[in-house]
Design a protein around this ligand. Structure first.
Ligand code: UTP
Length: 276
């Protein structure tokens, strides 16, 4: 079964400058927890306990977050402040973490290819942690997708309907509707112009990938914006076999943008932080 999950976290985060000049955007806190921890908690909940990160220059804070901070922990040991470390200690206990680096930021597809050694020959989840997905008390988005994987055994992308003025920011799919919220992908276009978009169904930052994706990525030339696009590799997989697109249940916030990040912060503060 699926045990592994890859977190590509090497991107520059230009939409969030100057905050991201020396700090990874994945460490931006939504209320009191960094974005990447939300993503890792979602992976662990889905049973994906072998967590791999593709990091880059300036991203050391991410590795430090999933390690002990001996001095700090010693300092607050036994005090009431120790409770603030509970969630990260729980994550560190459940997960096994490994890291590799992307040396040139050649796009998401290239970042995933860099994660090959960490993921090996097994199917694996992918989380883009700047997409914060919240499901309340219901199953997390990755757990929903793992359940589908057991049924279809092929790559799966999470999708959501987006308004027309947003379409050009996403990878967009066309597909045959299998049942409510589930499509077999026939076409995929990365960041299309509105008139070229095959639908309003946009791919968001959750994937299950079968390991043949690495072979495909190796043979995928740079596409849109000169970057190796995961969307292009997934289209090859769809044409050679099968890729499913799943309209997940839950809320998604694009925390790579200031507006999405503020929306997420308000939502988490009102519905999770103060409700606890
Ligand atoms: P984004 O498209 O959000 O790019 O990448 P970005 O560089 O992080 O942010 P902006 O657009 O400049 O503000 C989607 C995901 O892919 C990772 C990013 O870290 C993010 O999680 N990524 C992207 C890489 O790991 N390497 C890359 O070369 C590009």
């Amino acid at each position: 079964m699926i045990k592994k999950c890859l977190f590509p976290v090497a991107g520059y985060g230009t939409r969030f400058l100057p905050a991201t000049k020396s700090m990874p955007k994945e460490m931006l806190p939504v209320v009191n927890k960094p974005l990447v921890q939300y993503g890792v908690e979602e992976a662990l909940e889905a049973g994906l306990t072998e967590v791999g990160f593709v990091t880059g220059r300036g991203k050391r804070a991410i590795a430090d977050h999933f390690d002990v901070n001996y001095e700090l922990e010693k300092e607050i040991e036994g005090s009431s402040k120790e409770q603030y470390l509970e969630s990260i200690r729980d994550v560190m206990e459940k997960g096994k973490f490994s890291f590799t680096r992307q040396t040139e930021m050649r796009g998401l597809g290239d970042a995933i290819l860099n994660g090959r050694r960490l993921m090996g020959d097994d199917p694996f989840g992918v989380v883009l942690s700047d997409d914060l997905c919240l499901t309340g008390d219901d199953e997390g988005v990755l757990a929903q997708m793992v359940r589908l994987y057991k049924q279809f055994r092929c790559s799966i992308v999470a999708i959501q309907e987006v308004p027309e003025d947003q379409i050009s920011k996403f990878g967009v799919i066309a597909g045959e509707k299998m049942k409510e919220g589930l499509y077999q992908v026939s076409d995929m276009v990365e960041k299309p112009k509105l008139e070229d978009a095959p639908s309003n169904l946009a791919i968001i930052g959750r994937y299950i990938l079968t390991p043949d994706i690495f072979e495909v990525l190796e043979n995928t030339p740079p596409g849109k914006n000169g970057e190796v696009q995961l969307t292009d590799a997934l289209l090859t997989q769809a044409k050679n076999g099968c890729v499913m697109a799943y309209q997940f249940k839950g809320k998604r916030f694009d925390c790579g943008s200031v507006e999405g990040f503020v929306g997420a912060t308000n939502y988490v503060y009102d519905n999770i932080y103060t409700a606890d």
